[in-house]
Design a protein around this ligand. Structure first.
Ligand code: SF4
Ligand code: MG
Length: 341
């Protein structure tokens, strides 16, 4: 059967005075219902822009989008804004990083959830309000009959995030996109929110895309991982394969910078040095080469001149990576790193 979501060669380019910003430049992935894809990368890697394209939020902007986004047989890239609006919030829904930017301060939380429901359903205000109470209850907000009348500022950060999840799920979406849903929260609340997303996914059977800069977040919750760098895919596969044998030095860096929780303190070890590549004039060859400490292992300076293709890792099903290192060289690097030399 065709996958529920099939994204092929997606490009999102923004024309600017300085040149074309290629935020997303040829990204492909698939996702089935009931599954979770983690899209991982630094800011500017194209992960958020990818999700905005899935929601059709580029429509009416200067962004030029090409490629295919097939959702349950419909091509969202070609879909007119009017039809996209009918899907947004109902079929495809999004949880943002900062609930305060999504929740209006002047309206009660309940009114906003009810309104999100009424946009897509012909129900009375009373029925919509009952639905809001039910959703608040489902996302674990205590005393939902009372809290439904509260304003966003009367909620704690974690409660606001729960309320936003309630709003995103009120229409029972088939695809839920969560963009850094836990970044602004402390570690304990983060874990609770991720558990909640996982439970709700089981209950609703939706497909989930989790966007994050934190590989640790996806390790627990995702089925597949897509690592993006400079608007492109650099590694893609099942969580098992990617975490067991990450291929790309950038993914190694992300793994090393996974937060280590010691007591209450979250420490990030060895963040990857250097800055993200220009999206207008990316470095030639491998876009990561200016920051890569392993390029010397590839002969003839190819890292600076030849762009590595995304190819299957030998001996795996669908673990793909774009790096010139050979598996022998990778093995040798691992051995040396383990030996500390
Ligand atoms: Fe590093 Fe070269 Fe691999 Fe790019 S292709 S990640 S520069 S080793
Ligand atoms: Mg972002």
């Amino acid at each position: 059967a065709a996958p529920f979501l099939d994204v092929r060669d997606l490009r999102v380019h923004f024309p600017t005075e300085d040149g074309i910003v290629k935020s997303v430049d040829g990204v492909s992935f698939t996702l089935d219902k009931g599954s979770t894809l983690g899209i991982v990368g630094e800011s500017g890697s194209g992960k958020s822009v990818t999700s905005l394209a899935l929601l059709g939020l580029h429509k009416g902007t200067r962004a030029v989008v090409s490629g295919k986004i097939r959702l349950d047989g419909r091509d969202l890239v070609a879909l007119p804004e009017h039809d996209m609006r009918a899907l947004r919030g109902r079929t495809v829904s999004m949880i943002f990083q900062d609930p305060l930017s999504a929740l209006h301060p002047y309206f009660t939380v309940g009114a906003q959830i009810a309104e999100a429901y009424r946009v897509h359903h012909r129900v009375s205000k009373k029925e919509a309000r009952e639905r809001a109470v039910e959703m608040l209850k489902r996302v674990g907000i205590p005393q939902p009959e009372r809290r439904v009348r509260d304003y966003p500022h009367q909620f704690s950060g974690g409660m606001r995030q729960r309320a936003m999840i309630a709003m995103a799920l009120v229409c029972d979406p088939e695809l839920l996109i969560a963009d850094e849903p836990t970044t602004a929260l402390d570690v304990t609340v983060q874990a609770q929110i991720l558990d909640l997303i996982r439970d709700l996914q089981e209950e609703f059977g939706s497909a989930v895309i989790l966007i994050t800069h934190d590989l640790g977040v996806v390790a627990d919750i995702a089925d597949d991982i897509l690592v993006m760098y400079g608007g492109r895919r650099i590694e893609y596969g099942t969580v098992r394969d990617v975490l067991k044998e990450p291929q790309h030095p950038y993914a190694w860096g992300l793994l090393e910078s996974m937060p280590q929780i010691t007591g209450d303190v979250e420490q990030r070890l060895n963040p990857i040095a250097g800055s993200p590549p220009s999206l207008i004039n990316p470095p030639g060859g491998c876009a990561f080469h200016p920051r890569c400490t392993y390029k010397g292992w590839v002969p003839e300076g190819r890292c600076a001149t030849e762009r590595p293709e995304l190819v299957a890792v030998p001996g795996t099903g669908r673990h793909l990576a774009a790096c010139h290192l050979t598996s022998e060289t990778r093995q040798e690097i691992r051995l040396r790193t383990a030996a500390g030399t």
